[in-house]
Design a protein around this ligand. Structure first.
Ligand SMILES: *Cc1c(COP(=O)(O)O)cnc(C)c1O
Length: 394
């Protein structure tokens, strides 16, 4: 898929302002104006403090507040999350030490005692821990499953609706635009966890959300070697509170991680093109297997989420989930894979899979497998998965 919508961005390179495709936008995202004898993407700036004679005015004062390497990365992510809607429209991106730092910064900066929040009951596995902490602070937590619009029944009087679509690990999808309209009609803000889709797969702000929040640890950076998070938002006061929270808790990325993330985003469209196409091929191969049940991939035409997913997503992700008959069968399958590492997380160039039930916490069957498709040759991967299924039969 190629997107030719008007490009935006304040990268200053001109290219981001003309209509470009996603590959072009990704390779140029956040680059500064070219300067003779300077590198295209300036290296990481390692500084705890910056020269600051006189009145302490920004942008760069102290390393917990701002860093030039973050600034370029924040521009890059902003250009992908909200092309054409940068500073002028009040759209802002903030980077964090991890996805959870970003998630927590939105929740804890927007909610206070007496407020109510709606969370998914089938979302990321740390959400129940967050729930306990929110409740300890006197915030009312209501939950609803991702699919099926049950959020509508618990929205009245809520201050924030939290959506994770597609959800991890169940890969369910909800109608973001519809839920955002309902939430706004009741005066609630809307945050979407965009980790699984990435900004090239889905743009929550275009669908009406106030915040797009994500773990950059996964497919956004895609090499399984850094943790990162970000928040892109359009509501200035709300984003000012998120920025203040980052400063208060100090949940900031290191300059090296920020620079590696920016470098990795250059290949985002290439990685996604390979990984997501292979994920569909793997899902199609699994569909023909009698021992596989509960197969989910939003890109499969007969997936229960496909109709909504194809309305709001431009790409369907690199994660496939399915269930094998027993825990033992699932463990033998994982053991038998040669090209797929038995490891958690997802989105990396090297395929990984795990039996999700080993963690506890997710409401999934014992034989539930979450498979993250990497950048290997698709035929090799499909062959490895089918061979491991055969080998795990007994
Ligand atoms: C991994 C993940 C997170 C947390 O991100 P970290 O970078 O591990 O802190 C949040 N939401 C979703 C959907 C995730 O998959």
């Amino acid at each position: 898929m190629n997107d030719s919508a008007a490009g935006g961005g304040n990268g200053g390179d001109g290219v981001a302002r003309t209509p470009v495709g996603d590959g072009t936008r990704a390779v140029r995202a956040g680059l500064p104006e070219p300067v003779k004898h300077e590198p295209t993407l300036p290296g990481p700036v390692f500084a705890a403090h910056f020269h600051l004679p006189g009145d302490p005015t920004g942008p760069y004062t102290y390393g917990r507040d701002e860093n030039p390497t973050w600034t370029l990365l924040e521009r890059a992510i902003g250009e992908l999350e909200a092309p054409g809607a940068q500073d002028a429209d009040g759209v802002e991106t903030l980077v964090f030490a991890s996805g959870m730092a970003a998630v927590s910064s939105v929740l804890f900066s927007q909610l206070s005692a007496g407020d109510a929040v709606v969370l998914p009951d089938d979302g990321y596995q740390a959400l129940p821990l967050v729930r306990d902490q929110l409740e300890a602070y006197g915030i009312e937590v209501r939950t609803a499953p991702t699919g099926g619009d049950a959020q509508l029944e618990v929205l009245d009087g809520a201050r924030l609706l939290w959506i994770e679509s597609p959800s991890n690990p169940g890969l369910d999808v909800c109608d973001i635009r519809r839920l955002a309209e309902a939430a706004h009609a009741r005066g609630a803000l809307v945050a979407v966890d965009n980790t699984l889709a990435t900004p090239l797969g889905q743009r929550p702000l275009d669908l009406g959300a106030d915040f797009s929040v994500a773990s950059g640890t996964k497919q956004l950076t895609g090499h399984g070697d850094i943790l990162l998070g970000y928040v892109t938002g359009r509501d200035r006061p709300a984003m000012a509170a998120v920025r203040s929270w980052r400063k208060i808790v100090g949940a900031i990325p290191g300059p090296m991680e920020a620079w590696l993330a920016h470098r990795s985003i250059a290949t985002l469209q290439l990685r996604i093109a390979r990984q997501n196409t292979s994920a569909l091929a793997v899902a199609e191969a699994l569909r023909g297997r009698p021992e596989v049940t509960g197969l989910r991939y939003p890109g499969l035409p007969d997936d229960p989420a496909h109709a909504i997913a194809s309305r709001q997503m431009r790409r369907f992700g690199c994660v496939v989930s399915f269930v094998l008959p027993t825990r033992a069968r699932a463990e033998r399958f994982l053991d038998a894979l040669r090209l797929v590492d038995d490891a958690t997380s997802f989105g990396g160039v090297r395929s990984t899979a795990e039996r999700r039930g080993r963690w506890g916490g997710d409401a999934v069957p014992e034989g539930f497998i979450r498979l993250s498709v990497g950048a290997e040759d698709p035929a090799d991967l499909v062959a490895d998965v089918l061979r491991a299924l055969d080998a795990s039969a007994h």
